[in-house]
Design a protein around this ligand. Structure first.
Ligand SMILES: C[S@@+](CC[C@H](N)C(=O)[O-])C[C@H]1O[C@@H](n2cnc3c(N)ncnc32)[C@H](O)[C@@H]1O
Length: 301
């Protein structure tokens, strides 16, 4: 997908994203979040940041990095996770396709001398010339949190190949992504017939988890783990989304939401309905979807 297509997934003129933004999603970190039961009320209070940060911490922990390690944070969004690793002593290059995300990352984390941000397509880093001046085996770790679903099937293969090329022998890739439960990702047509989910978040299909593993083996990686985070990430967040959608369906609920989040006062009844329809469509897609943290090592020789 090109940068204009991806950019639409972060454009808050979309009613569904506008409501989510008002409830705190995507303000400085764009992932869903790792929710524990005691922190679930935070979602409804419009403070998902705690869970989002927890997901970034859990995901980066899988890298097992040491201070001084060179890390590529692929599709870094607005840079939160790159900064997190930089503050722990890694030397981080955060790369994202969208110039507006990279600009925000540079502004927010300018003080962190361990981190630099680059606008580039992570599925094709070899062709990026001066803006990505790194050769083979330039990084000890590669991290990609909740972004590969937007790369498309060919882009995911290309990204895994790029990660392999850029890692030192013995290096590690951690890829956290939505995954399709069966071998046939085209089944998403049946559960998202109006493309409400796909057009909101700008993707075509999720990678089947088995295909990720096969692809990784084919490229030469040694799979170390595939952790199923569907419950804490998808299910608990979707419960929060369903609660918002049920408020959005009644005038009283909508008034309450707008009272709580004044930026929502100008959302029209039609836009609230669109939001609720996207939430319902997401629940249908979820039944065929999981969320996994995949750990892959490049062999030492
Ligand atoms: C859901 S966000 C996750 C961002 C970040 N990892 C985080 O957790 O905040 C997905 C990001 O992937 C980026 N992206 C999508 N396709 C890309 C590509 N081919 N190359 C680089 N970045 C890409 C988007 O611009 C967006 O910032």
């Amino acid at each position: 997908m090109n940068s204009n297509t991806v950019a639409n997934a972060y454009d808050s003129s979309n009613p569904a994203l506008r409501v989510l933004r008002a409830f705190g999603w995507g303000n400085d970190i764009l992932c869903i979040g790792y929710c524990t039961i005691p922190t679930m009320p935070m979602l409804l209070l419009g403070r998902p940041g705690l869970q989002q940060r927890r997901l970034a911490v859990r995901s980066t922990r899988l890298l097992r990095f040491n201070p001084g390690d060179r890390v590529l944070d692929a599709a870094c969004g607005m840079g939160f996770t790159s900064d997190l690793m930089g503050r722990q002593g890694c030397v981080v290059t955060g790369v994202d396709l969208l110039p507006q995300h990279i600009q925000r990352a540079r502004e927010q984390y300018a003080r962190n001398a361990n981190v630099r941000f680059v606008t580039a397509d992570v599925t094709n880093l070899q062709e990026q010339g001066d803006c990505f001046p790194f050769g083979d085996a330039a990084f000890g770790k590669v991290h990609c949190l909740e972004a590969a679903f937007q790369f498309g099937p060919q882009g995911r293969r290309a990204f895994l190949q790029e990660a392999y090329r850029l890692l030192v022998p013995g290096g590690r890739l951690v890829l956290v992504d939505f995954v399709w439960r069966t071998e046939t990702p085209g089944e998403i047509d049946a559960v998202d017939p109006l493309r409400l989910v796909r057009d909101t978040w700008r993707f075509e299909e999720f990678e089947p988890v088995h295909r990720y593993r096969r692809l990784a083996l084919e490229i030469g990686f040694v799979p170390r783990a595939a952790l199923d985070w569907t419950g804490p990430v998808l299910d608990r967040s979707l419960r929060g989304l369903a609660a918002l959608a049920s408020c959005a369906r009644s005038p009283v609920g909508r008034a309450a939401l707008a009272c709580f989040r004044p930026s929502l006062r100008t959302v029209t009844a039609t836009q609230w309905e669109q939001f609720a329809a996207v939430a319902d469509a997401y629940a249908a897609v979820r039944r065929e979807t999981g969320y996994a943290a995949i750990v892959l090592d490049k062999p030492t020789q």
